[in-house]
Design a protein around this ligand. Structure first.
Ligand SMILES: [Zn+2]
Length: 242
């Protein structure tokens, strides 16, 4: 693995936080804390059957310092339409890139419902929104300014809605449940480590709920063990990337 510099800034996130993954998320948060990673953003999927015990757990994690972010609505596509979506689904997202089956108005409505769910459940509206599989679709900037989110994360980086500026940021991922995905992710991570060393920009470390049991679990452990300087998305936007 290509070595990274010490004290490199990193943004840690755990994707797909929903009732069925709460135990895994708890284990991963323990793993992060064990490695001294104390700033973790949880990407929450609102449109699930949330019980009051699950919501209390979210509040507890929030009180422990985790930032919450919106992550789609149901984390499932209603349909897979068009060649681009079909390719994205085959290579990356399977059937979770729900934005890609919606038009602009549908995406904005979904994001608005997502924001409202957090407020209605006493969790406060998140600043960050991450579309499932980082697939955002096409929405005009003017439409985004109507929404309460201030940042959107996509595959290439993080976009500030208010400042209308996109920051390209390296990304490391570990969701390798097949040989093909493992091989693709090893190459992807290697390229992104090189990019991180060249640019000195914060590295995004994106963790999915099963990753500590999948084929790149060792790489995940080694990555968490690196002497990072963990930063929050909010702090990164305030500081800028330089
Ligand atoms: Zn997801």
């Amino acid at each position: 693995m290509i070595a990274l510099r010490e004290s490199q800034r990193a943004l840690f996130s755990i994707h797909d936080v929903m009732p069925g993954t709460m135990d895994d998320v708890g284990e991963l948060l323990g793993l992060c804390r064990g490695h001294g990673v104390d700033k973790v953003t949880l990407l929450v999927v609102p449109g699930c059957k949330w019980q009051s015990a699950d919501l209390r757990q979210l509040l507890t994690w929030q009180a422990m310092g985790c930032e919450l972010a919106g992550h789609g609505w149901g984390h499932r596509c209603q349909s897979i339409r068009g060649l681009k979506h079909r390719l994205h689904s085959f290579l990356l997202s399977r059937d979770v890139a729900e934005h890609l089956s919606l038009d602009e108005r549908g995406i904005v409505r979904l994001m608005s419902d997502c924001a409202q769910w957090f407020s209605c459940n006493g969790l406060g509206c998140p600043e960050l929104y991450v579309p499932p599989a980082w697939a955002f679709g096409r929405v005009r900037h003017a439409m985004l300014t109507e929404l309460p989110f201030s940042m959107i994360e996509t595959l290439s980086g993080v976009r500030s809605i208010r400042q209308s500026r996109q920051q390209l940021l390296p990304l490391l991922g570990f969701e390798a449940d097949t040989w093909a995905r493992e091989s693709a992710l090893r190459s992807f991570n290697s390229l992104n480590r090189k990019a991180a060393n060249l640019s000195k920009k914060p590295v995004r470390v994106a963790i999915h709920p099963q990753d500590h049991r999948l084929r790149l679990s060792q790489q995940l452990n080694e990555t968490l063990g690196h002497p990072w300087k963990p930063v929050s998305y909010r702090q990164m936007m305030v500081d800028g990337t330089n």
